[in-house]
Design a protein around this ligand. Sequence first.
Ligand SMILES: NC(=O)c1ccc[n+]([C@@H]2O[C@H](COP(=O)([O-])OP(=O)(O)OC[C@H]3O[C@@H](n4cnc5c(N)ncnc54)[C@H](O)[C@@H]3O)[C@@H](O)[C@H]2O)c1
Length: 459
Amino acid sequence: MPKKIDRREFLAAAGAAGVALAATSMATVQKPQTARRPSKGAKSAAGLVAPKLDRVRVGFIGVGARGSGHVGHMLNIEGVDVVAICDNYAPSAERAAKRVAEKTGKASATYTNGDRDYKRMLDRDDIDIVFISTPWDWHVPMAVDAMKAGKHAFLEVPAATTVEGCWELVDTAEVTQKHCMMMENVNYGREELMVLNMCRLGVFGELLHGEAAYIHDLRGQMHEVERGTGSWRTLEYAERNGNLYPTHGLGPVAQYMDINRGDRLDYMSSVSSPSRVREIYAKKNFPPDHKWNKLKFQCGDINTSIVKTVNGKTLMIQWDEQLPRPYTRHNLVQGTKGIWAGFPDRTVIEGKTKSTHEWTEGGELDALFSEYEHPLWKRVGEEAKRQGGHGGMDFVMMWRIIYCLRNGLPLDQDVYDAATWSVITPLSEWSVKNRGQSMDVPDFTRGKWKTMKPLGIVS
Ligand SMILES: NC(=O)c1ccc[n+]([C@@H]2O[C@H](COP(=O)([O-])OP(=O)(O)OC[C@H]3O[C@@H](n4cnc5c(N)ncnc54)[C@H](O)[C@@H]3O)[C@@H](O)[C@H]2O)c1
């Protein structure tokens, strides 16, 4: 059982009055062990190909805000059977099961008997893959149990919140030879796919630097007090200080830069600003004796990390889920011949766009979209826009997952990506606590990054 689930149980037992004290006293962050670990005698999971599935039989763990969206997508993709749904909050599981029955005419089994009833679902022998969309601390134990039960694990972001958890996912995927994919949907956004295509075609020259972020004012989630995302995520800001959600920005930039496939993250440093606006928000929006007003928020409102890769590239990764400002993931990549930057989209390509001193942007980008649109988006982009889900990226990801499983193809994101993109969180926590001292980033691939081919452009 992960340490933080214990902590949550402790906090619940301590009652609201003890919350501030408990959060402060448990703030000590131990230096994570980052040295490469010996494998457990198993094969690598790099480029893992699993036997083709004729139909994909699916189970879900967690069907709240995110998981219920995944159920909807699975009901709209050919070759999928929704077999079982687990949520420890019965009304959510029942709502999802009703939707399945209405669409397919078939009943799906439900598992609603407490925190560990998912294990009963995993005992079934008629499930091939499991979608895990639960609060962060549950991702690792559920994915590990799923793989050990012979299922491929598809888990939400971030895959893990500790270095140890990242290794557990890697070790289990290697031992079981099951897929363990963290569903980084942003890698399937229209812009991100196109920029990947442009990087592969060498449009920006040799890549030198990237910038990635998750900057999203999510203070409103604090109104979800008893149930829903805010009910558990708000506690995270009181327990930790660092980059708590690195993967949406980092995932695409890591694929542009061939991280784990020719290059890898070497070391990083991280600093956080003071923590201010959640306390201000709680005071303004909740009564003085409300539990949010008894928390001591310690996560800096904005966190900035810098990373160096083994081949010398640099990366800046930012996180901020509370400051009053518009959404951005930065999505920036700079090469010797040009740059792409997102939010809003803009580019300079030497010799192609109007000037190196002036952005090409807005409607001026239409010609580039026509020239460089990723084949995957060309194939399912229109359908994805109709289906919705973050502008269509969710549907493209789900479509692609099912396509790979039914055709016996390696997935676009593997367990090493899940671990490498997620490990920024615990490493940033330690660095923040220690005056931005640099931390080695573990080589989860155990050297395979040197021979893994860059992710190709599917046709
Ligand atoms: N990729 C994205 O764009 C994206 C967007 C939103 C959320 N997420 C991720 O999705 C995950 C879920 O977030 P959410 O917003 O849906 O939260 P949520 O609180 O709405 O849903 C979580 C669900 O998990 C259930 N649950 C909790 N513990 C369980 C257990 N032991 N067994 C079975 N069910 C359990 C809860 O009852 C709830 O229904 C998080 O990891 C979050 O980071 C990703």
